[in-house]
Design a binder for this molecule. Sequence first.
Ligand code: ZN
Length: 411
Amino acid sequence: MKQLLLAEFIAPMDADVIRDGAILIDNGIIVDVGNGNELREKYPQAVADDLGAAVIVPGLVNAHTHLELSCLSPGDRPDSFCSWILSLQQRMLSISHDPLKIAQLGVDEGVRQCLRYGVTTVGDISQQYHITRPRLAKSQLNVVSYGEAVGLAQRRNRFDELLDGAVQTDLAGAHLRIGVSPHAPYTVDARGYRQALQLAKARKLPLATHLAETSEEAEFLQHQSGPFRRLWQRMGWWQDGVELVKRPPIAAARTLGLLDYPTVLAHVNYCSDDDLVILAHGQASVVYCPRTHRYFGHPPHRWRQMLENKINVVVGTDSCASSPNLNLLDDLRLVHALDPQFSVQRLWQMITLRSAQALQWSGQTGSLTAGKFADLVIFKVQTDDPLRELLENDQEPARVMVAGQWVDNQK
Ligand SMILES: [Zn+2]
């Protein structure tokens, strides 16, 4: 059955907003997008649904989150990133002593929040992928599930095994893609990064990592000292002989080859002018997580300079352990509040088209374009500038559709 959705505004994201527009959907796929009257005439048999004073935007794309942590909450701002890592363990124990149970509850809550807030595609980092993937495969979300591996010092011995599990593709399908994520430069050594990259290249898998998240990361990479070294010692897992990269994080990523691949780099909160040039010459995308960034009190993020340098920088949430929820639009609202003059259309692309490009999934989602999945979000609007209006209020979606099916949203 062909379905024709009409609305006062359609915001395709790869083109200007269409006034009195329509979208034709057939079998879960967008067939046509254009003027409402023209599409009514062109497809007289389609079942029309007029949404009235509303804007239809593409399903939102959250390029960086950890759904399995969705039962956690950020709590008070920690004095340091390392104390936040230590507190994570305590906060998890307060939910359950069974890490599998936490992941199970977390991923279900995460999926529920994504759909409620209009997020239909996620880049999900998962350590408990054997728990999360079967549940994600049954969910309505499009997911790149990056299996996460940690391997440094005494934690090196299980790295190969973790990497192996991370790339198991038996549950992969049209809406679940398998990727790999060496966690971060302070938890994975240089050899581990090279292994992960080699595996990703050989099997053409999406690759993601955390990079330049804190100022302490550079000290650890160059000298193996500072708060991260103390954290490793405190955990009792330090061991001498860890290979030194001897470069700050972004230069190290280039040396390791991570920037010669469409790697998704989460955060990049610390980025010098030289780093901007390095990133501009590479293929990696950056995910700026605004509310998480604010929670940790980092200096202003250089997302505008990144865009000026043609670096694909997009907006994500990170997890509920550092952000109040998975409302991706709230992250974009924060960016808009920080720079109200910046182009609203370009901002929206950072949670749609550009983030789909970061996840290497823009052929199927991220814009309202013929041939892509019918993933879309309806918001009620009152003004003639719907994309700006939605950044300046705190409205939630009225309805969400994934692959042509309306989501039964229980708030
Ligand atoms: Zn993260």
